[in-house]
Every structure is written in structure tokens, then in C-alpha cells.
Design a protein around this ligand. Structure first.
Ligand code: NAI
Ligand code: 15L
Length: 275
């Protein structure tokens, strides 16, 4: 009987920030195939047993020195850690502005090869629903959260063109087990497709600094697949299968939530200054 030797993992050490969150919990198991050691980091405890290849390293992204220590010996990072919904500016700024700055500085100093940055569809959430977007179209963020993701993409560009740190910025649509509503027929990405895109974003050689939308093969998708060929991304799933189930889950007709791509985020804010 012949025995085949398993292929060596692509990386020795990978870091997953935001590991205790929704997407972190979905990516944690499949991402293990890409590395010998997986560092799971969040400001909250994971609260689940660790596998032998896993290491838990709690870290608050707002602590610059702690982030610098976290990146020591890390070959590549999937940066999910963030305030992930629209909120007052002060709340967004801590993890999504300061935290991203700390992350990229630590990456530069540690010589980390690649960042996969979890950007968002909310960078362009003020476009009308149905408008088909290229990643190069002018941004139209739908709130402070969307602006913060645009800032992250800007940091990715700056750290590539000045310091050679490669990044893939994934403008993720809606990553859930199923599309939640009619908007999801356009924005949904299955956990399986997101993992395959993250894996491609980590391992495709010579990406430079690439921005691409991250959705499944949705026929109602609002985003051109620009960048997918370069990464070899071929979505396996489609929101179309849920059309009948979610077709009537809509926001009030004529409201910004129903009219613009950012959906429910258009219903949050403005925020008055605290007294
Ligand atoms: P989530 O809110 O469930 O997870 C984010 C994690 O970041 C949390 O576990 C939180 O504790 C951690 N975090 C927040 N502030 C932190 C800090 N100061 N220091 C350390 N950790 C901190 O969000 P989710 O859904 O898992 O999203 C993951 C990433 O993907 C986020 O960056 C989000 O903005 C982005 N994204 C997610 C989408 C989705 O459909 N779930 C769509 C578009 C973008
Ligand atoms: C995001 O960027 C959020 O992090 C996530 O919670 C979802 O709301 C998603 O976008 C979406 O637009 O559905």
C-alpha cells in the first residue's frame, strides 16, 4: 500500500483576530489546514477547549504594545477584530481606527508577510440597491463603521506602497449560515465560500494590495467579481436558493434602509454628543 505524504501547510504561524466573534468562530476550524500553529486572539475569552495546534492569546487591539507582542513570529494575519456594526464615532474609533493602526504597525515591525483585512460592503452602503459596483468605484460609506473600514483599506494601501506589506481587503457582504432577508439575496456569502476566499487571499502569490467584494454566487448580487480570478475564487453557494423564503422580509418601502445597499445600517444614527 502506498502512502502519500500530506502537503506541508502554507504557513507556520497564522493569527486570527476577532476569533471569539461570529466569523472567527466559523473560520477557526477550516483555517487550521493552512498552518502548523493557529493563534486565536480576541479581547473576550473564546470559552471553548483548544485543539493541539491552537493557542489562545487574549489582546485588546487598543493596546499598542500588546498588539506588537501578539504579532511576534506571525507569518500572516486574518484581521477580523473590530466593532462590527454602526455606532457612535467614539466607539468605532477605538478598535477600527486605533486598532487597525496598531495592527499594521505591529505587522511592519514583525515582518509579517500578509494581512487579510475584513472590510465591509458598508464602505459603499450609500449606493442605491441594484447599482452594480466595482471595487474601484468611489466609496460611499453609510456611517462611521463604513468610514472606519475605508480607513483600514487606506492603511492597507499605505503599508503596501511604503513598506511592502501585502494585503487583501475583503469587502464582506453578509456572512451567516443563511441569507436573513431580501437584501441578503444580494449580499450573502456562505461560511464555506468566505473560508475559500480567505484561504485564497492568504496563499495567492503576489497580490500586492487588492480590494475585492466577498459574496457567494448570487444572481441578485450588487458587486462585480473583480479580483476573484486573480485569487482563483470560485463560489460554491448562492443565495438564490433562499429566494422564496426571504423575499418578503423587507424594510419599509421608500425608507433609506430599503433604498440603499447598506440596509439596516441606514437606520442607525445620527448620534448626538453625550451630555
Ligand atoms: P463580531 O462582532 O461577531 O466579532 C468581532 C470580534 O472582534 C468580537 O469577538 C470582539 O470581541 C472583537 N473585538 C472588538 N473590539 C476589540 C478590541 N478592541 N480588541 C480585541 N478584539 C476586539 O463580528 P463578525 O460578524 O464576526 O465580523 C468579523 C469581521 O468581519 C469584523 O471586522 C466585521 O466588521 C467584518 N465584517 C463582517 C460581516 C459579517 O457579515 N459578519 C460583513 C462585513 C464585514
Ligand atoms: C457588516 O459589515 C457587519 O459587520 C455585519 O454584522 C452585517 O451587518 C453585514 O455587514 C451586513 O451588511 O449584512
Amino acid at each position: 500500500m502506498s502512502r502519500s505524504t500530506p502537503a506541508a501547510p502554507a504557513f507556520d504561524t497564522l493569527l486570527l483576530t476577532g476569533a471569539a466573534g461570529t466569523v472567527g468562530r466559523l473560520l477557526r476550524a477550516p483555517i487550521a489546514a493552512l498552518c502548523r500553529r493557529l493563534i486565536l486572539s480576541d479581547r473576550h475569552p473564546l470559552g471553548v477547549p483548544l485543539q493541539p495546534h491552537e493557542e489562545e492569546r487574549p489582546c485588546d487591539l487598543t493596546d499598542r504594545r500588546a498588539v506588537e507582542a501578539l504579532l511576534q513570529g506571525v507569518d500572516a494575519v486574518v484581521h477580523l477584530g473590530a466593532h462590527s456594526v454602526e455606532a457612535p464615532f467614539e466607539q468605532i474609533a477605538r478598535a477600527n481606527l486605533d486598532g487597525v493602526f496598531h495592527l499594521y504597525e505591529a505587522v511592519r515591525r514583525a515582518g509579517t508577510r500578509r494581512v487579510v483585512f475584513a472590510s465591509s460592503n458598508h464602505v459603499t452602503g450609500c449606493y442605491e440597491q441594484g447599482h452594480r459596483l466595482e471595487p474601484t468605484d468611489p466609496p460611499r460609506p453609510d456611517g462611521y463603521y463604513g468610514v472606519s473600514k475605508l480607513f483600514g483599506e487606506g492603511m492597507a494601501q499605505m503599508y503596501f506602497y511604503r513598506y511592502g506589506v501585502e494585503s487583501v481587503c475583503l469587502r464582506i457582504g453578509s456572512c451567516l449560515p443563511e441569507p436573513p432577508d431580501r437584501r441578503g439575496l444580494s449580499t450573502w456569502i456562505s461560511p464555506r465560500d468566505l473560508f475559500s476566499l480567505v484561504a485564497a487571499a492568504l496563499t495567492t502569490p503576489g497580490v500586492g494590495c487588492l480590494v475585492t467584494y466577498a459574496i457567494s454566487d448570487n444572481s441578485a448580487g450588487w458587486y462585480a467579481p473583480t479580483g476573484w480570478d486573480q485569487l482563483g475564487y470560485r463560489p460554491q453557494d448562492s443565495a438564490d436558493a433562499w429566494r422564496d423564503q426571504v423575499g418578503d422580509r423587507v424594510f419599509p418601502e421608500g425608507s433609506p434602509m430599503a433604498r440603499l445597499q447598506g440596509g439596516s445600517f441606514l437606520g442607525i444614527g445620527p448620534f448626538d454628543a453625550p451630555d
